[in-house]
Ligand binder design. Structure first.
Ligand code: ADP
Ligand code: MG
Length: 252
């Protein structure tokens, strides 16, 4: 069984071909780390997976379900906004800049989506949110507003929020890139915990140590394509392509 199936995906912005035929599958419980230089299309790939960007060619399936479209009489028809939002509830997304709601407390940030998108009773959503905040080590910060939290704490709230809808997969786009170096570790520890707990994860990061320790598979992207992929030790220690080697020489 496959949890995520990215098949032959192309995406252009005007004249720029950002994704030039990407195939990627992720199994349930698998942790895939995507490495690659800036501009290689990593963020665009993640955004295509939950239809924040529309693919030009190819398709994405999550747990067997076609994302963004349905087949009608042999042709693809885009889903309604409402259907797309429902599909997005299956995908947690953690961004570089946290993107917390500044006017909501940590707890309210985690409660918001289950109540508004899934119509869960607020009391149920609150209890679950408190569990999730405890899981990221922030049970004592439930009533704090984001501006009162460090970057690492804000990102941990964002992770709790991403888990609140019980997603089938969680995607991370450079989750530690905006953090002061001393705050990176606490976020990576939370992510390691999720990985050990069997969460299906796609992680774009330059943290090669995290990739080595946690990834089931490392994917190297360059110029809109997957150049190579394999076990962390294969890709990180014995890259087969010059482009992978020169990238790793820069980040290691
Ligand atoms: P990465 O995450 O690997 O750094 P991105 O997916 O963000 O790469 O971007 C890949 C390329 O696509 C870059 O050249 C970027 O400028 C371009 N790009 C991304 N999003 C847009 C957009 N909405 N409009 C135009 N160009 C874009
Ligand atoms: Mg990016």
């Amino acid at each position: 069984m496959t949890m995520v199936d990215v098949h032959g995906v192309h995406k252009s912005f005007g004249p720029i071909d950002v994704l030039r035929g990407v195939d990627l599958t992720v199994d349930p419980g698998e942790v895939v780390v995507i490495l690659g230089p800036s501009g290689s299309g990593k963020s665009t790939l993640l955004r295509c997976i939950n239809h924040l960007e529309k693919v030009d060619r190819g398709y994405v399936r999550i747990d067997g379900e076609l994302i963004g479209y349905r087949l009608v009489g042999g042709r693809l028809r885009e889903l309604t906004e409402r259907e797309i939002l429902r599909q997005r509830t299956h995908v947690g997304f953690v961004f570089q800049n946290f993107n917390l709601f500044p006017h909501l407390t940590a707890l309210e940030n985690v409660v918001e989506a289950p109540v508004s998108a899934q119509r869960r009773p607020r009391a149920v959503a609150r209890a679950r949110a408190l569990d999730l905040l405890a899981r990221v080590g922030l049970q004592d910060k439930a009533d704090a507003y984001p501006r009162r939290l460090s970057g690492g704490q804000q990102q941990r709230v964002a992770i709790a929020r991403a888990l609140a809808l019980d997603p089938k997969i969680v995607m991370f786009d450079e989750p530690t890139s905006a953090l002061d170096p001393e705050l990176v570790g606490e976020v990576l520890e939370v992510m390691k915990g999720l990985a050990r707990g069997g969460t299906t994860m796609i992680v774009v990061t330059h943290e090669v140590g995290f990739a080595r320790e946690v990834a089931d598979r490392v994917v190297f992207m360059d110029d809109g394509r997957i150049v190579e992929q394999g076990l962390p030790a294969e890709v990180l220690d014995r890259p087969r392509h010059d482009r992978t080697r020169s990238f790793l020489d820069k980040v290691l």
